[in-house]
Design a binder for this molecule. Structure first.
Ligand code: HEM
Length: 470
C-alpha cells in the first residue's frame, strides 16, 4: 500500500501526506480506530502521524509493543507535560501525567497502599461489596422499568474510589458528591480539548482555558476538603490517612522523600479520574453484551446458580469458581478495548526503534487495539464476542499474555487489581440477582461506541427483572 517515507530524518513512515499546520488532525478528528487499523495495514507495525506540527509515533503489534515499552522501559516510560499542569503551576506532581523520580515514588506509594487494602482482611473487597449492595438496591427500585444505567454506574464506581480514598461512601443524591462527579466528567471531556490545545498552543489565548482551570480549581477544592476530613483517621481506614502516615514516617526517619500535600492532592485526583469512568464503562459494555448474547448471560447465571446458589451474594473468594464469568469479563475488556491507544507517552531524548529515528519530544503510543483485536492472535473470529476463547480444553481460564487492556510496562494501569475485584463483584452480583433484558424483545441495542478518551457505548436502556420475581 501507499506509505510515505522520510529519507532525510528516517522517521517512521507516514500513511498519508500531512497537511500544512493541521497535519493529520482532520483525518483523526472523529474516530481514530478504523484509521489506525487501515494505516497499520498500509505502513506496517509503526507509523508517524502529525497532530498539528507535533509528531506522534504509533506502535502496533504485540511483539513490537513489548520490545518498546517493556524491554526498553527505561527509555519509553515518560509522559508529556500537560497543558493544564502548566496552567495550574503544578507540573511534575501526582501519577498519571507525571514522570521521573517524583512519579516513581508517588506510583510506588499509591500501589503499596492499594495492595495493603486488597490483602488479608481485604478492606477493598468489603467496601466494594457494600457499594454493590446499594447499587443493586437502586436498580431493584426501578421495578423492571426501562433504565439507562450509565449515570448510576458511574456514581457507584466513583463511590468506591471515594470510600477507599476517604473511608466514606456518599448517598447517590448527596450534592457535593453529585457536583464532584459532574465536574470530573467535564474535566474528562475537556481533556480532549486539552490534547488539541497542546498541539496548538496559541488556541489557549482564544477560548476554553479559563473554564478548564476554573473547573479544575473546583475539583481540587472539594478534594482538599476530603483530605482535611480524612487525614487524621486510622491509616487502615483510608488512602489519605495511610499516605500521610507513611509521609510522616519517612520524614521522621530522615529519608529523602517527594511525598507532600500537593503530591497527595494530585494523586487523589488521578485515582478519581483514572478509576471511575474506566470501570463504569466496562460494566456498561458487559451489560450491553449480555443483552446481545442472551445465551452467554444464561451460561453465566447457570454457573453462579450451581457454584453459589441464591442464598448469599458472591464474595471475592468465589472468583476462582466462576470460570465462565471470568472469561466473559476478559472477553468484554478485549472486545470493547475501551482505552484503544492507551495513555500517551513522550520521548525525553532522541531514540531509535528498528532503525527508525524517534526525535526528542515526540509523542508515542502503544496501539492496544492492534493487539486486542488482532486476528493473528485471537483467530479469524477476533471481531466476534466469544468468552469461550478464554477457556482451555480442561475448562480452566486461559491467561494469554496478549490480553493487555490495562497496558504494558512500567506505566501499566495502577488500578488493575482493584478494577478486577470491582468487575467481578459487580457483575457476579448483578447477574445473580437480575435477568437483563432488552426493552424491545429480539431487538437488543446496537453495540456502537462514542469515540472519546474511553470508548463509551452509545446510551441505551434495558429492563432488569429480579430473578426471584420470575
Ligand atoms: C477496567 C478498568 C480500567 C482500565 C481498562 C484501565 C486501563 C488503563 C490503561 C490502558 C492505562 C495506561 C497504561 C499505559 O500508559 O501504558 C491506565 C493507567 C492508569 N490507571 Fe487504569 N484502568 C482501569 C481502572 C483503573 C482504576 C480502578 C484505577 C484506580 C484505582 C486506575 C488507575 C490508573 C492510574 C493511576 C494510571 C496511570 C499509571 C501511570 O501513569 O503510572 N485505573 N489504566
Amino acid at each position: 500500500g501507499y506509505c510515505l517515507s522520510n529519507k532525510t530524518l528516517n522517521l517512521p513512515p507516514c500513511p498519508v501526506r500531512p497537511l500544512p499546520l493541521v497535519g493529520h488532525l482532520l483525518a483523526l478528528k472523529t474516530d481514530r480506530r478504523p484509521k489506525f487499523k487501515q494505516w497499520r495495514e498500509q505502513c506496517g507495525d509503526m507509523f508517524s502521524v502529525y497532530l498539528g506540527s507535533q509528531l506522534l509515533v504509533v506502535i502496533n503489534d504485540f511483539q513490537l509493543i513489548k520490545e518498546t515499552f517493556v524491554k526498553r522501559a527505561d527509555e519509553f516510560s515518560d509522559r508529556p507535560v500537560s497543558f493544564l499542569d502548566k496552567m495550574t503551576g503544578q507540573q511534575g506532581r501526582g501519577i498519571v501525567m507525571n514522570s521521573g523520580h517524583v512519579w516513581k515514588e508517588q506510583r510506588s506509594v499509591a500501589l503499596s497502599i492499594l495492595r495493603k487494602f486488597g490483602f488479608g482482611k481485604n478492606v477493598l473487597a468489603e467496601r466494594v461489596q457494600e457499594e454493590v449492595s446499594h447499587y443493586l438496591d437502586y436498580l431493584s427500585s426501578c421495578d423492571g422499568n426501562p433504565v439507562d444505567i450509565k449515570k448510576i454506574t458511574t456514581e457507584s464506581t466513583a463511590n468506591i474510589i471515594c470510600s477507599i480514598l476517604t473511608g466514606k461512601r456518599y448517598e447517590y443524591t448527596h450534592p457535593t458528591f453529585q457536583k464532584l462527579i459532574k465536574e470530573i466528567e467535564r474535566y474528562f471531556i475537556s481533556n480532549k480539548q486539552e490534547a488539541t490545545i497542546t498541539c496548538f498552543p496559541f488556541l489557549k489565548y482564544l477560548s476554553g482555558h479559563t473554564n478548564m482551570t476554573k473547573n479544575m480549581d473546583y475539583i481540587l477544592k472539594i478534594l482538599r476538603e476530603f483530605i482535611v476530613k480524612s487525614k487524621d483517621k486510622d491509616p487502615e481506614d483510608n488512602f489519605i490517612a495511610s499516605y500521610v502516615s507513611e509521609k510522616d514516617s519517612r520524614i521522621v526517619n530522615g529519608e529523602a522523600t517527594t511525598m507532600d500535600e500537593i503530591n497527595l492532592l494530585r494523586s487523589v485526583l488521578d485515582l478519581f479520574v483514572a478509576g471511575t469512568e474506566t470501570t463504569s464503562t466496562t460494566i456498561c459494555w458487559f451489560v450491553l453484551y449480555m443483552l446481545n448474547y442472551p445465551q452467554v448471560q444464561k451460561k453465566i447465571f447457570d454457573e453462579i446458580n450451581t457454584q453459589i446458589g441464591s442464598g448469599r451474594v458472591p464474595s471475592i473468594q468465589d472468583r476462582p469458581k466462576l470460570v465462565y464469568l471470568n472469561a466473559a469479563i476478559k472477553e468484554t475488556q478485549r472486545f470493547a478495548s475501551i482505552v484503544p491507544q492507551s495513555v500517551i507517552r513522550s520521548c525525553s531524548k532522541t531514540l531509535t526503534i528498528r532503525n527508525y529515528t524517534i526525535p526528542e519530544g515526540s509523542l508515542i503510543v502503544p496501539n492496544l487495539d492492534s493487539v486486542l483485536l488482532d486476528k493473528n492472535i485471537w483467530g479469524s473470529d477476533a471481531d466476534v464476542f466469544n468468552p469461550d476463547r478464554f477457556i482451555d480444553t480442561n475448562g480452566q481460564l486461559k491467561k494469554p499474555e496478549e490480553f493487555i487492556p490495562f497496558g504494558v510496562g512500567r506505566r501499566v494501569c495502577l488500578g488493575e487489581s482493584m478494577a478486577k475485584t470491582e468487575l467481578f463483584l459487580y457483575l457476579s452480583s448483578l447477574i445473580q440477582r437480575f435477568h437483563l433484558l432488552p426493552v424491545h424483545p429480539d431487538q437488543p441495542p446496537p453495540m456502537d461506541y462514542i469515540f472519546g478518551l474511553t470508548m463509551i457505548p452509545k446510551s441505551y436502556q434495558l429492563k432488569l427483572i429480579e430473578r426471584a420475581a420470575i
